[in-house]
Design a protein around this ligand. Structure first.
Ligand code: M6R
Length: 611
């Protein structure tokens, strides 16, 4: 989704470097055009370009802008096509502005502005905000009053960076629905859509809350509420280092993030398992065992990859806590009038904690009296603030648009939560929990082993990158991995891929099978093994090639497969944490073969902050 940056320093500084670096660090959010605007003695200078930031940089190369104050933007088109005239910043009279979000009532506001003889240069909803602020500012010459009166008229979600032509000593930031962070060092101040642009620039940062307005000056950031009352804002020390943002020797962030999974598992389990390894530690959960026994049903709500982790959560909770679980994609859940009450536990799963549909589902659940637990990777996220309790996944920064390490941390957190619930509900004993936790702590080592198969997988990629269709199948806990494998492949390679419960093969997808189809079968040895083996036979008999992911030493499966990827022998519930790695690697390798943009696939955004 769109990204915002802005900076102001001493008069003898140039903020261009921060703005361009910041925009690059927001590239992962997904964008189609970009732009910047600086202020020089009462004149706005604006440069915009369609495409990657390097197109903007090429233009800047010939213009050489210098200023101590400026704003920048990466746009992900919602209203109006991808074009230079629709790219931000937008200027109206005395106001230059960048915006992340959607203005729902923009059509009626635009009509009213046209009646007042305001004319528009773009098709965006953003430009009306610039006009509304300018209209009020022209009358009052009071920037804060103009911003306050404008945001009261806007319906939707928006964060804004706003400069006024007559003021080169400060600019403004507004947060309403979509995230915005302010940062400072001793003589410069910054804004950005997340903390990454601030790294190496700001020492301290604070996330703005909804309806807060910040006045950004070189040596001071003042935060107001929507009524104009000055607020105390607590700043935190910025801990992220520049090494955390780099690719650490890998070619792509996604590649690095896949290889970080063993460490992510260590971090996820570290503080959540007792030293005696017979207890899941969730002491901070504000629910007693009796409270947990009160829940008659659980809803797990998420989108995309997080939804696949939620599907595993259903298996785990039903198995260990014996409570019925429904898993829903958030965009369906929020509009289907789900049956919610205070005896329903709602679990939201999200890496970013900013996914609009998942947030809306959480609000709905909370309004109906349901207790809401978030499983989320971002401490400063809206989801953390709005949920009754958050279990933080320890995945660290995930920059690649394709979710990888966030999935394994979400899935393992779901397993821990299900064991904790099972203990409270007395459906599982400490003695039964112990071997599961003991096995879990070995997973990071087994992940290392699986990562060694990168080479096999990259050979597979060169054999199959020209094939037309990939069909991923699995049963039980392996079914969500089939869905995840198909999602990863289509997302970053743009190939047609489908994920199916293996038992559904005969109900339709088998019609796709010919010698252009590749079957990816997740088929380790468990009680459903023979059934999946039969499905593989059916595909082979019709000319499809088979890549299988199975148990180490399974000669039978190996003999039936064109490519066999062996997995270490682990208990069934833990298998998905390993099986997901080869499907991630497969997508990565095929994408590299095809020369695709691995970390920033077309049309996708890292964080889907609008519906
Ligand atoms: O930030 P979230 O976990 O809420 O994001 C949910 C999905 O948008 C996300 O998993 C998406 O499907 C990824 N691009 C998948 O790789």
């Amino acid at each position: 989704m769109c990204g915002i940056v802005g900076a102001i320093g001493r008069k003898d500084t140039n903020v261009l470097n921060y703005i361009v670096t910041g925009l690059k660090r927001l590239e992962y959010r997904g964008y189609d055009s970009s732009g910047i605007c600086i202020l020089n003695e009462g004149t706005f200078n604006k440069v915009r370009a369609v495409g990657k930031i390097k197109e903007l940089e090429a233009k800047l190369e010939s213009i050489k802008l210098v200023s101590h104050i400026g704003i920048g933007h990466t746009r992900w088109a919602t209203h109006g096509k991808v074009s230079e005239k629709n790219a931000h910043p937008h200027i109206a009279g005395s106001v230059a502005l960048v915006h992340n979000g959607i203005i729902e009532n923009y059509a009626e506001l635009k009509e009213a502005l046209i009646k007042k003889d305001r004319s528009f240069k773009s098709e965006t909803d953003t430009e009306i905000i610039a006009h509304l602020i300018d209209e009020s500012y022209t009358r009052t010459k009071d920037p804060l009053a103009a911003i306050k009166s404008t945001i009261k008229q806007l319906k939707g979600m928006f964060s804004l960076g706003i400069m006024f032509k007559e003021d080169c000593n400060s600019f403004f930031a507004v947060k309403c629905g979509t995230p915005l962070v302010v940062g400072r060092d001793k003589d410069s101040s910054y804004i950005a859509s997340d903390v990454y642009p601030l790294v190496e620039y700001a020492d301290e940062y604070a996330f703005l809350e909804d309806h807060e307005i910040a006045k950004i000056s070189p040596d001071h950031i003042t935060v107001f509420n929507i009524e104009g009352k000055e607020l105390e804002k607590k700043f935190q020390h910025l801990e992220i280092k520049s090494e955390d943002l780099s690719k650490g020797g890998y070619r792509y962030y996604m590649e690095k993030e896949i290889h970080e999974q063993p460490q992510v598992m260590v971090d996820t389990l570290q503080d959540r398992i007792s030293a005696s390894r017979d207890k899941v530690l969730l002491e901070d959960l504000p629910l007693t065992d009796e409270d947990l026994c009160r829940f008659k049903r659980v809803y797990i709500v998420a989108c995309g990859t997080a939804w696949h982790a939620g599907m595993l959560g259903k298996y785990f909770i039903e198995k260990y806590a014996r409570v019925p679980v429904e898993v829903d994609v958030a965009s369906e859940f929020r509009y289907r009038d789900p049956i919610l009450s205070n005896d329903v536990l709602t679990i939201l799963i999200s890496q970013s904690g900013e996914t609009a549909d998942t947030l809306a589902a959480g609000r709905q659940a909370k309004k109906s009296g349901s207790f809401v637990i978030a499983i989320c990777n971002k401490p400063n996220s809206t989801m953390n603030r709005e949920s009754d309790f958050t279990i933080f996944t320890q995945a660290g920064s995930e920059i690649g648009v394709a979710a990888t390490k966030s999935f394994t941390s979400q899935a393992s957190t779901m397993l821990l939560l299900s064991l904790y619930m099972g203990k409270a509900l007395k459906t599982i004993s400490d003695d039964e929990i112990k071997p599961i936790l003991n096995d879990m702590v070995k997973i990071p080592f087994q992940m290392e082993q699986v990562l060694k198969h990168s080479e096999i997988v990259s050979n597979v990629a060169s054999m199959y990158s020209k094939h037309k269709t990939f069909l991923f199948i699995g049963r039980g806990v392996h079914f969500p991995i089939a869905l995840e494998g198909a999602l990863k492949l289509k997302e970053i390679t743009y190939l047609h891929a489908e994920g199916y419960a293996a038992g559904e093969l005969k109900h339709g997808p088998i019609a796709l099978v010919d010698n252009e189809l590749v079957l990816v079968a997740i088929c380790p040895k468990d009680e459903l093994y023979e059934k999946t083996i039969s499905n593989i036979e059916e595909v082979r008999a019709r000319g499809g090639d088979v890549i299988s992911i199975g148990s180490e030493g399974d000669e039978r499966l190996k003999a039936m497969s064109n490519i066999f990827i062996p997995m270490p022998l682990v208990s069934k519930d833990l298998m998905p944490l390993l099986e997901v790695i080869p499907v991630q690697l497969l997508a990565l390798s095929v994408a590299i073969q095809k020369g695709a943009d691995v970390d920033k696939p077309r049309n996708l955004a890292k964080s889907v902050t609008v519906e």
